[in-house]
Design a protein around this ligand. Structure first.
Ligand SMILES: Cc1cc2nc3c(=O)[nH]c(=O)nc-3n(C[C@H](O)[C@H](O)[C@H](O)COP(=O)(O)OP(=O)(O)OC[C@H]3O[C@@H](n4cnc5c(N)ncnc54)[C@H](O)[C@@H]3O)c2cc1C
Length: 385
């Protein structure tokens, strides 16, 4: 089940959103870990000499598999929980995570088959054989079949445009196929100048209007290994896109109006939503609260004025650092700031929040205390993994 949760099946992810699935994947791992650690303790209490079996030099193969699986599971969990603290590079972690997961399951299966006790009935053997086949099928689907499909649907980066706030917009054109349509606010997994079989792809929201499908755009802020090199990408470079993904979209959450709350590069899905609304002549009211380090770093700042003229849009810019003569809001978005801008009628609007995890959490809490119903609050976390 854990493998299926993270296999990026659009149909599975659609009702929840991919970040919710990843969060569930993480939480259910803790539950599984508790069960797995409890299992030998219960056996010991019931009279089986588990401690004796820990003497690996003499222990039977079934016990060695159990120990190997459990130790690798502990390593798997520790490297995921403390990835940043252990300074493990994301790509290294992703590959290790995949390999360890397969080994944990394979060793556990070997242990279960060798113990035999719970799997002695014919139908149980079949059940586990089918589940193993499903797992192998899933790996083949994610790592072979889907990349093969993407190989036949390449994209080309036609423009690389510098934006305010250490960001670049990539314009991508489908080559030899019709591309895809997406809902504003959705994202895709991008691979640049590598084969679609590359283990690591990076998720980015589409920043262009969903009404324009000849090309798609993604706006990327310099942050780490991959994103810092985006400015050096040459037009003409080949890319592969897996998408669209995600449920963070007004098209999936209709309402009489919208409140968009963006922090930093979290503006990208919002600009797609606003550009799409402008192209559709959508006259529903929108309030945009946009927090950034400074006005100079506020990506798309210049375009917001134009969008205000085309839409029923109110923009509140919130620089963390502003000149002394700046009379608008400043600092971090918090409950008092929200209450200054959200009047009572805003309760019926749909809320979209995207930005750094602490901002998203703080705004979610503030909206909950302002009695905005949870089903109208939609979030996108850019660091869900
Ligand atoms: C749904 C979604 C939409 C996003 N949209 C945008 C956007 O429009 N513009 C933008 O600038 N950024 C966006 N991001 C963030 C972007 O994906 C990361 O900043 C980028 O992948 C970092 O890669 P790096 O190698 O430069 O950084 P690193 O220094 O390697 O990583 C920094 C952090 O980014 C995350 N990360 C790194 N690689 C991946 C990966 N392959 N998959 C998932 N997470 C990863 C990890 O949490 C990591 O700790 C989005 C993220 C998500 C989840």
């Amino acid at each position: 089940m854990q493998f299926a949760l993270v296999a990026r099946f659009q149909a599975v992810a659609a009702p929840f959103g991919e970040d919710a699935l990843i969060q569930f994947h993480r939480q259910i791992s803790y539950v599984a870990l508790v069960f797995i650690l409890t299992h030998p303790i219960l056996l010991q209490l019931a009279g089986t000499d588990i401690v004796g079996l820990l003497n690996l030099a003499q222990a039977p193969l079934r016990a060695r598999f159990a120990v190997a699986s459990t130790v690798l599971l502990l390593v798997l969990v520790a490297t995921s929980v403390w990835r940043r603290r252990l300074r493990i590079n994301y790509e290294v972690w992703q590959i290790t995570h995949g390999l360890l997961s397969v080994l944990v399951v394979a060793f556990a299966l070997a242990h279960m088959l060798l113990v035999g006790y719970y799997l002695d009935q014919f139908w149980k053997k079949w059940l586990w054989a089918v589940m193993t086949a499903a797992l192998v099928g899933l790996l083949l689907w994610v790592r072979v079949i889907k990349p093969l499909i993407r190989l036949r649907r390449p994209w080309q980066i036609t423009e690389v445009t510098a934006e305010r706030g250490r960001a670049y917009t990539l314009t991508l054109r489908p080559v030899g196929h019709s591309g895809f349509s997406f809902a504003p606010g959705q994202f895709g997994w991008l691979v640049v100048d590598r084969s679609p079989f590359a283990i690591t792809s990076h998720p980015f929201s589409f920043s262009s209007s969903a009404e324009y499908t000849d090309t798609v755009q993604m706006t990327i802020r310099e942050l780490g290994d991959f994103t810092s090199r985006v400015g050096q990408i040459r037009p003409g470079t080949r890319a592969y896109l897996d998408g669209p993904h995600g449920v963070f979209s007004p098209d999936r959450n209709e309402g009489p109006g919208f409140v968009l709350i963006a922090g930093g590069v979290g503006i990208t899905p919002m600009i797609s939503i606003l550009r799409t609304m402008a192209d559709r002549g959508d006259s529903r009211p929108v309030l945009l609260l946009y927090a950034s380090h400074s006005l100079a770093e506020a990506t798309f700042y210049d375009e917001l004025e134009d969008l205000e003229r085309m839409l029923v849009l109110t923009t509140v810019l919130i620089p963390e650092n502003a000149d002394p003569d700046w009379t608008g809001e400043r600092g971090f978005i918090d409950a008092p700031m929200l209450s200054r801008h959200l009047s009572a009628q805003y309760v019926r609007r749909q809320y979209f929040i995207c930005g750094p995890a602490p901002m998203v959490a703080a705004v979610e809490d503030a909206l909950a205390s302002a009695r905005v119903p949870a089903e109208r609050i939609h979030t996108e976390r850019f660091n869900f993994a």
